[in-house]
Design a protein. Structure first.
Length: 154
């Protein structure tokens, strides 16, 4: 009978410990509404930053186009603005001269700049995708590290 009591006591004690640990986990878990609010806030900030950056770039282009075409006669402004916008886009695309195509969106690159020529300040000398972070490759080997510029999320 003593052996059965010992087993029963061990099972009851184990069940109490398990219930206590479940209760402790519930008590220390993050509040889902707080996590949801934090996620919404972080997403809203990221969206605002992306929209602000895009709006800023578009505003610069629009402002420059208006400055260039503002003094022209009204009949030629639309054509001149369209030509300016086409040139602006071509200039933005030519910033990737020699590297058009083959870019992966959302992938960070290490870019090496060199002196440009013919009145152009810089040119891209080389580009390399940031290396993927990895832990260790084998027993006793040192972990590889990423470049600081490659560690940022944006």
């Amino acid at each position: 009978m003593t052996r059965q009591r010992t087993r029963l006591l061990a099972v009851l004690l184990g069940a109490l410990v398990a219930l206590g640990l479940v209760g402790l986990g519930r008590a220390t878990a993050a509040d889902p509404t707080t996590a949801k609010a934090r996620g919404y806030h972080d997403g809203a900030l990221a969206g605002y930053a992306d929209g602000f950056r895009d709006g800023h770039a578009e505003g610069l282009q629009e402002g420059r186009a208006l400055a260039v075409t503002g003094a022209l006669p009204p009949g030629t402004r639309d054509r001149a603005k369209a030509a300016f916008d086409a040139g602006y886009r071509a200039g933005a695309n030519s910033a990737f001269a020699g590297y058009d195509g083959g870019w992966s969106l959302g992938v960070p690159y290490v870019i090496v700049l060199a002196k440009g020529g013919n009145g152009i300040t810089y040119r891209i000398a080389s580009r390399t995708p940031c290396p993927e972070a990895s832990s260790t490759t084998g027993a006793g080997s040192r972990p590889t590290t990423r470049l600081l510029a490659c560690q940022t999320g944006r």
